[in-house]
Design a protein around this ligand. Structure first.
Ligand SMILES: *Cc1c(COP(=O)(O)O)cnc(C)c1O
Length: 404
């Protein structure tokens, strides 16, 4: 998105501000879908990356399904107009009652443990399920988001397939799908190819299966030189493997994916204003009007978000530590070469479309910022900044005689 556009939006709506380029999201979606040459394909937007209702509506209009990890997300999806049959519920470690709710809402169930499988089979006989398999492959860029390895809490071990079959046969559970999600930030698409071989061997065990869901974990570049998944190349290679399997089985399975980050990350820009430029003995701090309450990925995952001074594109470049206003270590980026930063300049954080607003909090009793979507050149406010009312609306004052 143009620097001038972002500056104008910062002026119009104030900062801090999340800005999303809807046209880029649509382009990412089409790029993803067009990468695959298979008979049947369905792409589910993994909405935990960004659950703003307008973004959900955009993906609905594009023809995507929705991947949800909680009943809250399912309800947002229904509000956005997704039919229940286009919603995949892929939770982990939930109360049984949440399965009851999901079944009542009519969404597709992705079961990730044997207890839940037995529960659903007994309590809701005949309900079709998808089964999440853990193939025990180490993949992913960060321990916290690596979810397929041996000690992962996700999925049912591929070594337990005989047990799954026993439960499914005895309780007459229709297994309509097999799912694998090996983790975020996979470096190498050959991981998918290897996972697919394992998963195909599982699919062969369940004659009712009509879709195979390969989750997500596609990597994007956060900075120059980062490895990223070449989606068109991956699509070509993977389609071949998938089509071969369909041919071998004599059945046209539906290929499913549930990308989040790769669809929305690079469409987001987080705009902050510089409150203070502070020279210390060791460095120059550029302190902005935000913190890890609004964008926690650098502090939580050591994630790199590119930062640009969009107010002073021709300024001499200097090295800065960009920090927030939260009262503990709150570093967005160390040793960043930025065009000279002055008080009131606007710093733009890139790749702010995924896992940024979605992970924001009210720490330090700060309000979460507004969000704006630019659709076909037109800007739309899609969430207002919070107010003190939002911070206090759920508080209950006990009626006590005396506090001391
Ligand atoms: C988080 C998640 C995704 C999306 O992962 P990205 O790395 O954002 O593409 C997909 N499927 C499941 C089950 C997830 O938990």
């Amino acid at each position: 998105m143009q620097r001038e556009t972002l500056l104008a939006l910062a002026n119009k709506y104030g900062t801090p501000l999340y800005v999303y380029d809807a046209d880029r999201m649509a382009e990412n979606y089409h790029n993803f879908v067009n990468a695959f040459a298979v008979k049947k394909l369905k792409v589910y937007y993994a909405c935990k990356a960004n659950t703003n209702l307008s973004i959900l509506k955009l993906f609905r209009a594009l023809g995507a399904g929705l991947d949800c990890v909680s009943i809250g997300e399912v309800q947002l999806g229904l509000m956005a107009g997704f039919p229940a049959s286009d919603i995949m519920f892929t939770p982990n470690n939930i109360a049984e009652q949440e399965y009851d709710e999901a079944i009542a809402l009519g969404v597709k169930l992705n079961i990730d443990n044997l207890n839940a499988l037995e529960y659903v089979g007994q309590k809701h006989p005949g309900t079709p399920v998808c089964i999440r398999i853990n193939p025990h492959m180490m993949a992913g860029g960060n321990r916290k988001i690596s979810v397929g390895h041996i000690d992962s809490k996700f999925g049912i071990s591929i070594h337990q397939v005989p047990h799954i079959k026993r439960v499914v046969t005895n309780l007459n559970i229709p297994v309509e799908g097999i799912h694998v999600h090996t983790g975020s930030d996979i470096l190498d698409s050959s991981v998918f190819i290897r996972a697919s071989e394992l998963i195909f061997s599982v699919v062969e065990e369940f004659p009712d299966v009509d879709y195979i869901d390969f989750g997500s974990g596609f990597k994007i570049a956060y900075k120059e030189g980062d490895l990223f998944t070449d989606i068109p190349a991956f699509g070509r290679e993977f389609s071949k493997v998938f089509n071969d399997f369909c041919e071998r089985m004599g059945k046209d399975y539906t290929l499913k994916f549930e990308p989040g980050k790769v669809l929305v990350s690079d469409a987001g820009h987080f705009l902050t204003k510089v409150n203070l430029v502070k020279q210390t003995t060791a460095c120059i701090f550029a302190g902005v009007n935000s913190g890890f309450n609004h964008l926690i990925r650098p502090m939580f995952y050591d994630a790199h978000h590119a930062i640009d001074n969009i107010s002073n594109p021709k300024g001499d470049r200097k090295i800065y530590n960009v920090v927030g206003y939260i009262c503990e270590s709150d570093t967005f980026g160390s040793d960043r070469l930025l065009n000279e930063v002055r008080k009131d300049d606007i710093l733009a954080f890139r790749n702010a479309g995924a896992y940024c607003y979605a992970m924001a909090s009210n720490y330090n009793s700060r309000m979460r910022p507004a969000e704006v979507m630019v659709l076909k050149g037109q800007d739309h406010l899609i969430r207002t900044e919070e107010t003190l009312d939002d911070l206090t609306r759920n508080l209950v004052e006990p009626q006590v005689k005396s506090w001391v």
